[in-house]
Design a protein around this ligand. Sequence first.
Ligand code: NOJ
Ligand code: CA
Length: 572
Amino acid sequence: MTQLSDHGPIDPPLLDPERTGPQQVDEAPAAHPDASWWRQAVVYQIYPRSFADSNGDGIGDLPGITSRVGHLRDLGVDAVWLSPFYPSALADGGYDVDDYRDVDPKIGTLEQFDEMVATLHAAGIRVVVDIVPNHTSNRHAWFTEALTAAPGSPARDRYVFMRGEGPDGERPPSDWTAIFGGSAWEPVGGGEWYLHLFTPEQPDLNWANEEVRADFRRTLRFWSDRGVDGFRIDVAHALTKDMSHPLPTQAELESGTHAEGQHRWEDRDEVHDVYREWREVFDSYDPPRTAVAEAWVPAHRRARYASPEGLGQAFNFDLLEAGWDGARFRTLIQANLDLAGESGTSSTWVFSNHDVVRHASRYALPTGTDLKAWLLSDGREPAADAERGLRRARAVTLLALALPGSMYLYQGEELGLPEVADLPVDALQDPVWARSQHTEKGRDGCRVPLPWTSTGPSFGFGSAGAHLPQPAWFAEFATDVQAARDDSTLAFYRQALAQRRRLQGTETLTWDDDGPADVVRFTRPGGWTSVTNFGDTPVPLPPGRLVIASSPVEGDLLPGETTAWVQQAPGD
Ligand code: NOJ
Ligand code: CA
């Protein structure tokens, strides 16, 4: 990155050892001084099995996370969100939970969890854990009990069991398909079947059952009592179901003819009764525990999940799905700010997570590329323009970091890591590969263990191998290489987060819409402007001091595919 311009020097990466406390937000005064910490937080998602391996067994673990807290502190994040670390046979990467109130012995113990939380808290970093309430694993004690219990028994009532069609119940109760492919029903003998919206190893719970509801409230308290600050709620839109007869067909389910909020399993109005109960649990702590919903629902339905009476915040994946389109970004940003404002919360922004192709690779591909087909071709067809992908990824990340609301980062994006698209099929772990009859490679390419050093076994992930194969080119993306260079993506993220912390204020922005349509420009309270050039032709920078840019800037022009933050001098 060019360090000098007519706008003055770009600040060097700041490590900000004197981190001040959480931002206090003007609009949302709260009883506890820390109660609003989440509203404009930067939350870093850790996929524990692929972050850092402390004992050389190839699997990332909790002591590994503890050993890398310095990286997170230097990066400057406000919180981490841990994907599931619970006991699991990993039928779905840990989203098949055997026991909600324990740690998988393969990756740690409860004591090591406590040590990790204490170390993160000592570094000023809050902890969010993943709650998976739609389904347990098929190894959960409840499901084992249900299998040996009689049809109609209380043990089976915790799940969604149903008699099959046909004289002996030999056909599934409906033709519903599971989200990862195949039937959503699995037979257990005697003409009985159970529902699984995901894999057969993930039986759906019955949220009409009070014992199920009480048990999850207990789980929320269990982790809150251990010092956890918040929760990410998996598949938050699917918990409650209407299984009354006759069941509609899959085609009828998808036809959209049901009344709003009355789909058989998706986004039912009554699911919010569950979250109102959870809110009582969250608010019984000081500061209140937070939650963010993973709810795949239309934008206008999101507010219910995000409301202060419910979970409090919800992911929006709009920018993640928007492609490279400035006008669309402009529209989606305002729409989401409006929605968040209406429901009294702050918006969320996200480009990458453990379920999607990493954004440095998405932006390297022509608009409209079928990502599943691209992965099936091992990333060869179409060819990726890696340099352009990273340039665009950095530009949109810096844009989103300038917005009011919370930013969710996914481990490795601070290194500019591309997707590992050519994983050999015999290494794939994602159930999507088998469930799709080998037509989709799935999500392993963004879950490859991180490179910490440019040499050594598993690039410093651990002292031996890694549970998914790492490519040789990981060496150039390693943390140690990037930490030594002030033009690296890691240095850029550190600098961007430090400047964001310094500049972030009231949750408002003013659009500066006078420029070309492919320029997205807005000013935040305190007099700093973020400008993104989605086009190829350089455009003039606003007057003021250049704080940071996502690509080299020379003179007064902002190059194409670049974002810059400019701070007005007092009186400008
Ligand atoms: C969403 C999670 O992000 C994904 O990884 C998982 O496969 C499904 N929910 C099922 O739990
Ligand atoms: Ca390990």
